[in-house]
Write a protein that binds this ligand. Structure first.
Ligand code: GDP
Ligand code: IMO
Ligand code: MG
Length: 459
């Protein structure tokens, strides 16, 4: 029986089911009353970040009541383009440009008050005042100036095997969170100076032990100005707030940062970030239970990029890699660093689909490959001469050789296309191949950076 025919009854009295499902009861008919329950959809990166999450969050926002960030911090750089304007968001959710939607910075996020102030003030100056529609979790942890220094000191101590972090203090802030030494947004109104001084003294002692010299006097002034600025916003008990929205049947879109291959547990450890970037991170980073997760949108580029150190099996050092970098403008939105480029890695992508329970795929930057006569896709790895089809534990320790399948390129400018009916045959073949390999439908195809250059697929 189709969901449209299911009767709706008072909440909690009957079994709840997802809006998205076609449901059959155990007798094969729809005689038992069921109730629709609002769910939180999650959109997250399946590769090493910078897949285009910001762009698609903005495109999807009109379908939702609220947009939430659940992990990461200003290491993220989410780019949106519309009406000839370009915006890069770091800590602020990408749902802020579509009307008066509620935007939330969840408990799993780490927040730098100085960077947040700069970001929010720039938005206010361009006509987007957020104070009435951006809410911040009291449980989000604060990035202190000395966290940034510790980030630099840790990297220096690693020498050649440095992670290549964004230098925003992400790792040290999450370390303090987990070791129960962190400062939270909710502390701001409660003995804050004392708590700050205590935390800073701890960092000073650590940095002294590392023989790392620094001076944060100036940065501290900006930081405290940021703390004052933060007070303009409403601090919330975000777990109650978010669950309250769901109880009121409001729809929520959770915006991931970084990507699955940078997840602290499942990415290419230790060349990862310090949070859970995967779908489960939305539960812990917002306080919503797994059974309240609806669709999981997994977003990937038609090829692959990585910024910073660490393994990248399909990385290209030739003309093709250069073309991807130049045509795709592959330079970090936050650090400006050149992104490493390569062919799509379906072994890693399949792993990411599994870890996240992806229900719908979104493919970005199809236009960047539209001059290539042939396209390669990595379908297996070779380690010590042996072929494997899964993402291995030894990803950082062994030399990984990609095994490729070759497909025809489409050699057609896609940037002005507005419907899937216009897709060239070879491009459709590429989509079919990816869907077969990954076992999940590709529902959105992006053919350029602008909001308008987004094609929803109905087939
Ligand atoms: P995010 O961190 O996942 O939000 O992605 P970034 O903003 O860091 O990087 C994605 C880059 O690709 C940005 O510069 C976007 O403007 C751009 N972009 C997004 N989608 C497309 C696309 O389909 N084609 C092209 N050429 N650029 C795109
Ligand atoms: P968005 O959300 C791409 C990378 C860094 C480094 C590693 C650890 O824009 O996709 P960190 O500063 O987090 O301790 O750095 O993770 N990294 C990203 N790479 N996109 C990002 O975010 C990233 N955030 C962190 O380059 O390799
Ligand atoms: Mg980015």
């Amino acid at each position: 029986m189709e969901i449209e025919n299911v009767q709706l009854f008072k909440k909690n009295k009957y079994i709840c089911i997802s809006k998205q499902l076609n449901f059959f009861n155990s007798e094969g008919n729809g005689s038992v009353p069921f109730i629709m329950m609002a769910k939180a959809d999650v959109l997250l990166g399946l590769q090493w970040g910078d897949e285009g999450k910001g762009k698609v969050i903005d495109v999807l926002t009109p379908d939702y009541d609220a947009v939430t960030r659940f992990q990461g911090g200003p290491n993220a750089g989410h780019t949106l383009e519309f009406d000839g304007q370009k915006y890069v968001l770091r800590s602020i959710p990408s749902g802020i440009f579509q009307g008066d939607k509620v935007n939330i910075i969840g408990n799993g996020v780490v927040l730098d008050p100085a960077l947040f102030k700069a970001e929010a003030e720039a938005l206010a100056a361009s006509g987007h005042d957020l104070t009435k529609r951006l809410y911040i979790s009291k449980k989000a942890h604060l990035i202190m100036p000395t966290h940034r220094v510790l980030d630099a000191a840790n990297e220096a101590a690693k020498g050649d095997s440095k992670v290549g972090t964004t230098g925003k203090g992400i790792g040290p802030t999450y370390t303090d969170k987990v070791s129960r030494n962190g400062l939270r947004v909710g502390d701001i109104n409660n003995n804050f100076e004392e708590k700050y001084a205590k935390a800073k003294a701890r960092h000073d002692a650590m940095l002294k032990g590392m023989n790392f010299s620094y001076d944060v006097t100036e940065v501290e002034k900006e930081w405290f100005a940021g703390i004052e600025y933060l007070k303009k916003f409403t601090f919330i008990d975000s777990e109650h707030f978010v669950n309250g929205l769901l109880d009121d049947d409001k729809s929520i879109l959770c915006e991931g940062a970084q990507g699955t291959m940078l997840d602290v547990d499942f990415g290419s450890y230790p060349f990862v970030t310090s949070s859970n970037t995967i779908c489960a991170g939305a539960c812990s980073g917002l306080g919503i239970s797994p059974n309240k997760i609806g669709d999981v949108f997994g977003i990937f580029k038609a090829y692959c990029t990585r910024v910073g150190g660490g393994p990248f099996p399909t990385e290209l050092f030739d003309k093709v890699g250069e073309t991807l970098c130049e045509k795709g403008h592959e330079f970090g939105a936050v650090t400006g660093r050149r992104r490493r480029c390569g062919w799509i890695d379906l072994v890693a992508l399949k792993y990411a689909v599994m870890i996240n329970g992806v229900t719908k795929l979104i493919m970005m930057k199809s236009d960047v490959m539209d001059t290539f006569p042939t396209i390669k896709a990595c379908v297996a790895y070779k380690i010590d001469g042996e072929e494997i089809d899964y993402f291995p534990y030894e990803i950082c320790d062994k030399k990984i050789e990609p095994v490729y399948t070759e497909l025809d390129g489409w050699q057609t400018d896609m940037t002005k296309m507005s419907s899937e009916d216009e897709f060239p045959e070879e491009f459709n073949a590429y989509l079919d191949f990816l869907e077969d390999f990954l076992g999940v439908p590709i529902k959105i195809v992006s053919v350029g950076p602008d909001r308008q250059q987004t094609i929803i697929r109905y087939q």
